[in-house]
Design a protein around this ligand. Sequence first.
Ligand code: ADP
Ligand code: MG
Length: 224
Amino acid sequence: MQKHERTSAAMANTSSLVIEQLTLKRQQQVLLSLNETIAGGDILTVMGPSGSGKSTLLNWLTGMLPKGFSASGDIYLNEKKITDIASHQRQIGLLYQDPLLFPHLTVAGNISFAMPAEAKAQRKATISQALSQVGLAGLEQRCPQSLSGGQQARVALLRVLLSQPKAILLDEPFSKLDSQLRQETRQLVFEQIRQHKLPAIMVTHDQSDADAAQGKIISLFSVD
Ligand code: ADP
Ligand code: MG
C-alpha cells in the first residue's frame, strides 16, 4: 500500500529542485551566485575549473558546507523549503566517482542499508528486481570487492535510487570508468533519473557527459 502511494506520487511529476538567490562565499570572497530551477527528470550540468566551487555548491545543497564558507539563498525541493533542515532529512541522494560501498557488507546489504524501513521479505524482492534491471541478477550475496568497477558503480547507483531520494547530485560520477563503460553507466544513470523523474545536478569536466545529459550547462569561473 505504502509502496503504491510512493509510486503514484513519483508519477505525478511535480518534482523540482529550486536554487533561489544563492550567493556562496569563502571567507568574504564571493565564490558563486546562482538562480536555477531543475524539473524532475532534468539534469543540470555544472562545469568549471578546479577550485571554482563545484563541490562547495553540492555541499551547500546537502547541508554540509565546511567551516569558512557562508551562504545566503534558499533551496526548495518539491516546493518545500529545505535550506535549514538537517542533511539526513533533505532526501537528496549523492553519487560520487568512488562507489564507496561497505566492504564488510554484501551487495544486498549495501543496498538495504540505505533503504527506508519496510518488511524484510519485501525489501529482498525489491533489491533482487532492481539488480536484474541493471544486469546484476543473482549477485545479492557477493562482496563488493569481487565485482568489476562497472558493476560496483551500478550497485552504488541502486543504493542511491532505492533510498528513495527526491533529487540526486552527481559529483564527477563517471570519471573513474574507461570510455566504453563510462558511456554505458552514464546511459543507465540518466535513464534511471528520467524514469524516476528526479531533478539532478551533475558536476563534470567531461564535455561528452554534458552533451549526454541534454540539459542546461552552466560554467563556474575561477575566483583565484
Ligand atoms: P571544485 O569542486 O570546483 O574544484 P571546491 O568547491 O572544492 O572547487 O573549492 C572551492 C574553493 O574553496 C577552492 O578555492 C578551494 O581551495 C576551497 N575549499 C574547498 N574545500 C575547502 C575546505 N574544506 N576548507 C577551506 N577551503 C576549501
Ligand atoms: Mg570538486
